[in-house]
Design a binder for this molecule. Structure first.
Ligand code: NCD
Length: 498
């Protein structure tokens, strides 16, 4: 027993090679076999401590990690109700997590509503960080246990025909599974969902680009006919708050339920998997299925213990006594999200068309028309000597608003501006000349941790060879620039994701 993973933290399933996944599955199998022989407990992780930080509800993930750690002789502490921590007093995610690390944790398992939050924490921690679900983004350890379960149903996984039904848009377990499955050969996927919960195009494209045959079906019936195993998920209603109410959601998913009649008609041998919980409001799987031989989700849930034992053993098995390192790497507080723009040389003429009465200060230009006063409110006029100038754009002759400040805007306020007015440009003016002009790029994914102004996660991007992506939630962005050269220069300055 024993192997090392090619990654220290578990943020995305994509960092795992097929070999890693195979090793994990094999080790989890050993743990399951031992369990069945009565060898449940060991002292493999004696003196090791796992801390959990759950900012969202959890039954299976948190408790199976706890069981796994304890069965391996380790210890567990942490919180699952952020309302009872000093986050309530305004403490940041960064400081909260550094505290858990300071209290002698050897690894952290974290669930959080914001996409990219776990990448952020992995960046600032000196211990392995395990993603137990970051908003609608990923849930890699659920995907490990799903793969382990698929491997029980279809040994080797290669050539499996799998169906996906339910909420394929916001379900993070689905995303992690779709990223993981192309690591196996000849996988065929059939899926069905209401348009509001359809598999996002980028995910379908990713699967196709990586060699999966993937088909959308009109009905659950068709999915069941084509699949040995059907993976069902509940509508993630917490991700669509304010967009749909429960009654609307229930109506939308009505035609995508798994019922025992449907199974009997379409495919009596199909195995039904579900990451759980099943929602009693929407009943994406009817109760009768739970009492049938098609039900595989309870075995799937227990497999979580074996897979998490394997993962914890792989991450912590070889680690000796770890002493808290009380520094935070300052490089990780730096942002690379300012896209420098070309600027005109020399002083502009005061010809009535342009706004030229700016001598020294910080200028926000290209504000979405009409947003100037909202911005001014957001930035608290008293804090900066703020001045809204109205005039005509020098090139388009359109009316425009420009905000002039006597001092440079802080990072949090830059972010506030961009959230209201994404195309705004920022200029530092000295002696009437623009000395630095930039567009502040911010990830456009509303669920991304970088959109949380107070958390202050740096605006960081990488280039994957095709697209500029947010370092944290990995969403692509397409900055608009006037001159192609500006974008080229910016892309050249970006790192590849390591
Ligand atoms: C899932 C989750 O939290 O993403 N649950 C789990 O971890 N087993 C699925 C869900 O909540 O629908």
């Amino acid at each position: 027993m024993g192997f090392s993973l090619s990654t220290e933290s578990v943020v995305s399933i994509d960092s795992f090679s097929r070999e890693d996944l195979q090793n994990l599955i094999d080790l989890a199998k050993e743990f399951k076999e031992k369990d069945r022989k009565g060898e449940r407990y060991s002292v493999d992780l004696r003196d090791k401590v796992l801390v959990h930080a759950f900012f969202e509800p959890s039954t299976r993930t948190r408790l199976s990690f706890e069981r796994a750690m304890k069965e391996l002789g380790g210890d567990v502490f942490g919180f699952d109700d952020p309302g009872k921590t000093s986050l309530k007093k305004g403490e940041s995610l960064l400081m909260t997590i550094k505290m858990l690390e300071a209290y002698h944790a050897n690894a952290l398992v974290m669930r959080h509503p914001k996409a990219g939050s776990v990448q952020r924490v992995a960046d600032i921690c000196n211990i392995p960080v395990i993603n137990a679900g970051d908003g609608p983004n990923e849930h890699p350890t659920q995907a490990f246990l799903d793969l382990f379960t698929l491997n029980e149903i279809h040994p080797g996984i290669d050539g499996i025909h799998i169906g996906f039904v339910g909420d394929l848009k916001y379900g993070r377990t689905v995303r992690s599974n779709i990223v993981a499955l192309p690591k196996f050969d000849d996988v065929v996927i059939h899926w069905a969902a209401h348009d509001a919960f359809a598999m996002p195009d980028d995910l379908v494209k990713l699967a196709e680009d990586r060699g999966i045959k993937i088909f959308r079906c009109d009905s659950v019936d068709d999915v069941l006919k084509e699949s040995e195993v059907c993976y069902t998920t509940r509508p993630q209603k917490e991700r669509v708050v304010g967009r749909y109410d429960i009654a609307e959601i229930a109506k939308m998913v009505e035609n995508y339920k798994i019922t025992i009649d449907l199974i009997r008609r379409a495919n009596p041998d199909v195995r039904i998997m579900h990451p759980l919980p099943i929602d009693t409001n929407t009943e994406e799987i009817e109760d009768a299925v739970t009492f049938s031989d098609n039900q595989y989700y309870l075995a799937q849930a227990e497999n979580g213990i074996f897979v998490r034992k394997a993962l914890l053993f792989a991450l912590l098995g070889g680690i000796e006594h770890r002493v808290f390192e009380p520094y935070v790497n300052s490089a990780l507080s730096e942002s690379n999200g300012n896209l420098e723009l070309y600027r005109r040389s020399g002083r502009r003429k005061k010809d009535g068309r342009i706004i030229a009465d700016i001598e020294d200060g910080f200028v926000i230009d290209h504000i979405t028309l009409g947003e100037g006063s909202d911005l001014a409110k957001e930035l608290e006029i008293d804090k900066y000597r703020l001045h809204i100038l109205a005039g005509l754009d020098s090139t388009s002759y359109d009316r425009k608003e420009v905000i002039k400040l006597s001092n440079v805007l802080g990072e949090k306020d830059i972010r506030r501006v961009v959230l209201i007015s994404p195309e705004a440009t920022f200029s530092i003016v000295s002696g009437g000349k623009v000395v630095y002009k930039f567009r502040a790029l911010l990830c456009e994914n509303e669920a991304c941790i970088t959109q949380d102004v107070l958390e202050g996660v740096p605006r960081n991007f990488f280039y994957d060879g095709h697209e500029i992506r947010c370092r944290y939630c990995k969403s692509p962005i397409e900055p608009k620039v006037k001159h192609e050269g500006e974008l080229k220069r910016y892309v050249k300055s970006l790192p590849a994701f390591e």
